[in-house]
Ligand binder design. Structure first.
Ligand code: FAD
Length: 276
């Protein structure tokens, strides 16, 4: 397997740095090839602006999506973005690793997504019509690949439980798992989350490291989150609403977009691919 780990922490000697090294060592011990994008170490430019699109006419009003579409189509994206796109195409599996900052990913990682997910590459792919709303949410350029998050959080697991004050962790991570990873086609694996890390001591590290090694050993076989495919018949197109007969009656919210009922009897697509 080829694994790309995108790392978003400013300090290599951090807990995140130590967990990253554990993950890489285990993946390499399993015979996988690993590449790392270390955003702070690389001095990654996080903001989207005109400088990203040298071919966009300086006198024209700047349209971020339009400029992205043109630059991707004409191969005039900046070299740093092209290099990340090449890595995404190279990798079978993508790991995004970050500390939870203000209930979200650090800005530098969001900026990686904003810049690397070009129009025509990660969005704006496929037929857009009244019958089909593009290749996205389970289809798209990165379909057939796997992706997962490694996240550390200061809060306790209970704080992120179903009735916890922070909101359920699956809800907080939904915009990333569903909106950023599933959107361009990835099969999204359950996130690896470490809680209460600010009180971490020496004795706490090894059990977490072992849990992470185990996740790295099962990266190829673990079941993805059973998100519903946009074009698989579960949604009305173009309204994009889940059909009324699906999901628990009266249910609302993010969990509706998981097909938990049939997931147990289905074979994950990536597993089929790996076996083939
Ligand atoms: P570090 O600070 O590097 O380490 C954490 C602890 O682990 C320290 O006690 C350290 O001694 C110990 N440690 C480090 N390495 C090792 C090792 N190898 N072996 C043993 N022990 C080790 N938390 C939330 O839950 N929700 C939020 O919304 C949130 N927002 C935040 C916003 C900001 C701007 C910041 C700075 C923090 C926020 N936090 C939040 C807390 C944040 O998630 C944690 O501080 C972060 O996840 C810790 O990860 P780290 O890699 O920086 O840990």
């Amino acid at each position: 397997m080829k694994v790309l780990l995108v790392f978003a922490h400013p300090e290599p000697r951090s807990l995140n740095g130590a967990l990253r090294d554990v993950a890489i060592r285990e993946l390499e011990a399993q015979g996988h090839e690993v590449r790392v994008t270390d955003l702070y170490a690389d001095g990654w430019k996080a903001e989207v602006d005109r400088a990203d699109f040298p071919a966009w006419p300086p006198e024209a009003r700047f349209l971020p999506a339009g400029a992205s579409k043109k630059a991707f189509a004409t191969n005039t994206l900046t070299e740093d973005v092209k290099a990340e796109i090449d890595k995404l195409l190279w990798a079978d599996t993508l790991i995004l690793q970050f500390p939870l900052w203000w209930y979200a990913m650090p800005a530098i990682l969001k900026g990686w997504v904003d810049r690397v997910y070009a129009y025509g590459f990660a969005y704006g792919v496929g037929e857009h019509s009244d019958k089909r709303w593009g290749d996205r949410f389970g289809e798209g350029t990165l379909a057939g690949k796997r992706a997962m998050l490694i996240v550390t959080a200061g809060g306790w697991e209970e704080h992120y439980s179903a009735r916890g004050v922070n909101g359920p962790i699956d809800d907080l991570l939904f915009p990333i798992n569903h909106g950023i990873l599933y959107y361009p086609g990835y099969d999204v694996l359950p996130p690896f989350v470490v809680y209460r890390v600010d009180r971490f001591g020496e004795a706490d590290f090894e059990p977490v490291a072992e849990r992470l090694r185990e996740r790295m050993r099962t990266l190829e076989t673990i079941w993805p989150i059973p998100y519903r495919q946009q074009n698989g018949g579960d949604y009305h197109i173009p309204g994009m609403q889940l059909r009324p007969e699906l999901g628990d009656p009266g249910a609302t919210g993010f969990a509706l977009h998981e097909d938990r009922a049939t997931a147990k009897s289905a074979t994950p697509r990536s597993t089929l691919r790996d076996v083939a």
